[in-house]
Design a binder for this molecule. Structure first.
Ligand code: SF4
Length: 322
């Protein structure tokens, strides 16, 4: 019977057109036009909290569904506010057979939307890539940490280069609820109870935080927005993956629970935790001698050196493998 509830009812609650989506947590049935309008309205409402319509905005775009939808809606809004400038920030972390393909999709999307962009490649800028660090360390279950910490740094660098006033990332409510649960399961109390303030770091916002993942997919499909849908090869090793599956089944049974997790976290009174130290290597805010990004890059260099000492001829085994 649950499957039947998922099917759209005959007509839209706001007009007589056929419904394409039933919003389970509100009980609303919507046709294509009213569904798309409701999504754009939610994004605009979020944007109004922090954006002035003459800002220079960086969009973190990976080519996946969320960032593709964000870029599409921002381009639409940008046409109404010509004094707002947009720039795409694309990061190629170096994940063979995955990110190289999604970057091509991201570039095609941004070209089609008329949004200029810049690509940051770990290989060229950091001298290493996620594949190599994971292969040499053998720590497959740490791949998302290597990838994510360095991606955050890469986006900061791109935003600084282009001098954007802020960066928009495309996290939806499912992503945010997953992060909250991950912090809870890992006992990461600091991130639950404190607002970590990093001086000088680029302001970040999440305009899709009011949307469910399935709504983002539906919007992309209805608007024929191209996106890259193959999963990252490291996804299956990530704790986030298990939490995603858990949350999806909870949302199926208890519609609206994903929003409840977000609201609960918002209710936790957060103190401000200002990071005052500086990384000895890059000079960015850090709570230890080295910031996390420099720590990972240092680790990657050590692994490479060690492998060159061990490998006959000094070759990097990862390069030989390709
Ligand atoms: Fe990076 Fe992990 Fe996402 Fe893959 S799943 S892109 S390794 S954060």
């Amino acid at each position: 019977m649950r499957g039947e509830q998922e099917l759209p009812v005959n007509s839209c609650d706001r007009c007589s057109a056929p419904a394409v989506y039933r919003r389970r947590y509100s009980g609303e049935s919507l046709c294509k036009r009213h569904f798309c309008e409701s999504i754009e309205k939610k994004v605009r409402k979020e944007l109004r909290r922090f954006l002035s319509w003459d800002s220079f905005v960086g969009l973190a775009v990976s080519g996946g569904k969320d960032s593709a939808v964000m870029a599409y809606i921002m381009a639409k809004i940008g046409r109404q506010f010509p004094s707002m400038r947009l720039a795409g920030l694309i990061v190629d972390e170096g994940i063979e057979g995955y990110r190289d393909k999604s970057v091509v999709v991201a570039e095609r999307l941004l070209n089609g939307l008329g949004i200029p962009y810049e690509v940051f490649r770990y290989d060229a800028e950091f001298g290493t890539r996620v594949d190599r660090i994971v292969h040499l360390s053998g720590h497959t279950n740490q791949s998302c940490t290597y990838c994510g910490v360095l991606r955050r740094r890469a986006i900061d660098i791109l935003a600084e280069r282009l001098a954007t006033e802020m960066v928009l990332t495309a996290h939806n409510v499912d992503d945010i609820a997953q992060t909250i649960l991950m912090n809870l399961f890992q006992g990461n109390v600091k991130h639950l109870t404190s607002q970590i303030v990093l001086p000088d770091s680029v302001k970040r916002e999440k305009p899709l935080r009011g949307l469910l993942e399935k709504e983002v997919v539906m919007y992309a499909v209805l608007n024929e927005i191209e996106f890259y849908s193959n999963p990252c090869p490291y996804t299956r090793f990530a704790l986030r993956n298990d939490i995603r599956n858990f949350l999806t089944s909870m949302e199926e049974k208890h519609s609206g629970i994903t929003y409840s997790i977000l609201r609960t976290a918002e209710k936790i009174e957060k103190s401000e935790l200002r990071v005052t130290g500086r990384c000895h290597r890059c000079g960015r805010p850090a709570s230890a001698e080295l910031c996390k990004a420099c720590e990972i890059l240092e680790y990657g260099r050590e692994l490479l050196l060690r492998s060159q000492v061990q490998a006959p001829g000094g070759a990097d085994p990862w390069s030989r493998r390709r």
